[in-house]
Design a protein around this ligand. Sequence first.
Ligand SMILES: O=C(O)CCC(=O)C(=O)O
Ligand SMILES: [Fe+2]
Length: 344
Amino acid sequence: MAVEVTPIHPMLGAEVRGVDLTCTVPPELFAEIEVAFNRHGILVFPEQPVTDKQQLAFSRLFGPLEVNPNYAGAKMRLRPDIADISNLDAEGRVLARDDSRNLFNLGNQLWHTDSSFKRIPAKCSLLSARELPSSGGETEFADMRAAWDALPAARKREFECLVVEHSIFRSRSQIGFGDFNDEIHRELPPVPQALVRHHPASCRTSLYLASHASHIIGWPVEKGRALIEELIAFATQPQFVYQHRWRLGDLVMWDNRCTMHRGRPYDERSAACCTVRPSRTGPTRSSRKGCRQALRPEDTLSSIVYQPSDRGIGLSGNLAASSVHGLNICAPLARTSAIFLVTR
Ligand SMILES: O=C(O)CCC(=O)C(=O)O
Ligand SMILES: [Fe+2]
């Protein structure tokens, strides 16, 4: 038996059929999936109505799971190795728009790669669509290998030795969010990441950037920021981007080492011609006639983020960078990971 792998974009992404992720994936099929993953960077598995447990089991085949910090400090809806990409509170009620968990999650709408603000960032992420909004909520992916390939040779040489400081506080400050508890400040100090990475399996080179990227170490902050902005804009030009329109039951996984992604806004008020009006006493919907009804939980996506099981940051070509700057970016990586469960 072999899985069927069909490219969905000229540069990145393939659809995978012929495997049932609700069951144990046999080693020979997993080997084929891994080859496709390393080649295409994004895999879309349609019609996989996985439970959390099944998603966890499939995810663990790629490496140990990352554990998520409790960023907003509120009671979490899901276990800490499942990241909650959702607009629900621990009781399954839709969060108020100004709830700090919602505001924090808005940062996912900026181009990023998962956990680059951690010394050991996520290798890959798995996101499954459990509930969907009636419109919007797409996820876009940018191919950072194709972007690298398209750069002029002189610029490639200029970038190869650069090291970038990444921080969760940088990405969230861009959307005006700063409501972190003290523990998060202690747990997540800024980290250095090589600007250019070499993929251990595909041997392709890519830019490694994210909204978490703050500045270039050793450069004036302003100059580094200008370069980071220029490169993110370059790498996210339409020809490098695949937009995924979610269908219920899709499971999508992506390689954080060579892609960036962002969630797109969704209209949570469009369902059944009703407007969603979360209130202090609990969420309600107002119909067009103005009568109020209890709100149903809606729009959930769940994803799983994996930590690197290989050398991750600062690979071969960036060894020079680490010694130039005296940074230990080539240290062997611990094998920890995290899961994202997201609800919209
Ligand atoms: O909301 C989205 O589509 C993206 C979520 C995200 O950034 C993630 O799951 O890592
Ligand atoms: Fe993400």
